[in-house]
Design a protein around this ligand. Structure first.
Ligand code: SAM
Length: 286
């Protein structure tokens, strides 16, 4: 049995360079009955550039739930809708999740029109392993929450990626440097597909230096990619991450407690951790 419901098209738009949009995306934006956009003025740049004059309605995070209901009604009435965000792929750190869920739950079709996505563009040019990675979205706003976030990922063995704004890139790297070892490889992918595109792969310590010293490195939009922790076999000694965890714990509690907690958190051998703790105590005393 065929139904006469409309389809929801989730359309990726450029993340900077207006040429980064697919033929299919342009055709879809021309043919749908209406375009639901995060910012109706913003999407007009793209639509004007490609000579598209179609009806645009507002769909942003503050009206998402209400707008989702009204768009679902329109789909039920047989109208087709394209969902776009300000840049890249909708739903990826952008509005759209409640709408897609509701449309799927109602048994209607959701069609992806793939294209630009900052995290995928950054990963494709980063030179860090991508067979497995995790996307963390935007980091927490406060320094203490960010440090807790980095501590949780200190021993993550796979690549991880996050989005950051120009307002917080420096403090994010400063906080990261208090938790992760200085030689951890990271990639800063800035202003992708735009005039000042910069993709730097270097150690965390050097990346922090670059961002501290060069004001241009604090401008624009950022994707940060972090190499996973090296996996060290039990009898090979402690990894830099295990040593870091021990050092952090020793700042907060007694050597005995720090060692016991480090055994539980890192899974390293108690003897190795105890030897490292004694060495650290010695360094701290001199
Ligand atoms: N949905 C988008 C996507 O597919 O990538 C992301 C939207 S999110 C609200 C915006 C964030 O994505 C920016 O703050 C930045 O971290 C990242 N971003 C977007 N465009 C970028 C670009 N051209 N270069 C680097 N990062 C970018």
């Amino acid at each position: 049995m065929t139904n006469h419901y409309g389809k929801l098209y989730v359309v990726a738009t450029p993340i900077g360079n207006l040429a980064d949009v697919s033929f299919r995306a342009i055709e879809t934006l021309k043919q749908v009955d209406l375009i639901a956009a995060e910012d109706t003025r913003h999407v007009k740049f793209l639509l004007n550039h490609y000579g598209i004059s179609n009806k645009v309605v507002s769909f942003h995070q503050h009206n998402e739930e209400k707008a989702a209901d009204s768009l679902l009604e329109k789909l039920r009435d047989g109208l087709s809708v394209a969902l776009v965000s300000d840049a890249g792929t909708p739903l990826l750190s952008d509005p759209g999740m409640p709408l897609v869920r509701r449309v799927k739950d109602a048994g209607l079709d959701v069609v992806p029109i793939p294209g630009a996505c900052a995290l995928i563009a950054a990963l494709s040019a980063a030179g860090l392993p991508v067979t497995q990675f995790s996307f963390e979205g935007f980091l927490p706003r406060t320094s203490s929450a960010r440090k807790a976030f980095f501590t949780e990922r200190l021993t993550t063995p796979t690549t991880w990626v996050f989005y950051e704004s120009c307002h917080r890139i420096l403090t994010a790297l400063q906080d990261m440097s208090t938790i992760l070892p200085p030689d951890r490889q990271i990639v800063i992918a800035r202003e992708l597909t735009k005039l000042h595109e910069t993709i730097v792969k270097t150690s965390l310590a050097h990346a922090l230096e670059l961002v501290e010293q060069d004001a241009n490195m604090r401008k624009g939009e950022f994707v940060v990619i972090v190499e996973g922790a090296k996996v060290i076999k039990q009898d090979e000694g402690l990894s830099p991450e295990q040593q870091n965890i021990l050092a952090i714990l020793m700042r907060e509690c007694s050597t005995k407690t720090a060692v016991e907690m480090a055994v539980q958190i890192t899974g390293a051998r108690k003897k190795l951790l105890y030897q490292a703790a004694l060495a650290l105590e010695k360094v701290n005393r001199t």
